[in-house]
Design a protein around this ligand. Structure first.
Ligand SMILES: [Zn+2]
Length: 59
C-alpha cells in the first residue's frame, strides 16, 4: 500500500472530522464545513536543511 498524506485538521475551518473523498488521491471532505479539498505534493524544497537556522537578524 502506498503512503498517503492525511490532513489532521481541515485547512478551512479547523475541524478534525475529515474523511476521504471519492474524487481521487489526496481528496478529503470535511464534515464540519462541508468542503471538499485535495492535497497535492509539489516536490521537495531545493534549499534543504541549513545548520545555521536558529534565528537572528542577520548580523
Ligand atoms: Zn472544514
Amino acid at each position: 500500500m502506498s503512503e498517503r498524506a492525511a490532513p489532521f485538521y481541515c485547512p478551512y475551518c479547523g475541524d478534525e472530522d475529515l474523511r476521504p473523498n471519492e474524487q481521487g488521491h489526496g481528496a478529503w471532505e470535511c464534515a464540519g464545513c462541508n468542503r471538499a479539498f485535495q492535497l497535492k505534493f509539489l516536490g521537495l524544497l531545493a534549499r534543504g536543511l541549513q545548520p545555521n537556522s536558529t534565528g537572528g537578524d542577520g548580523i
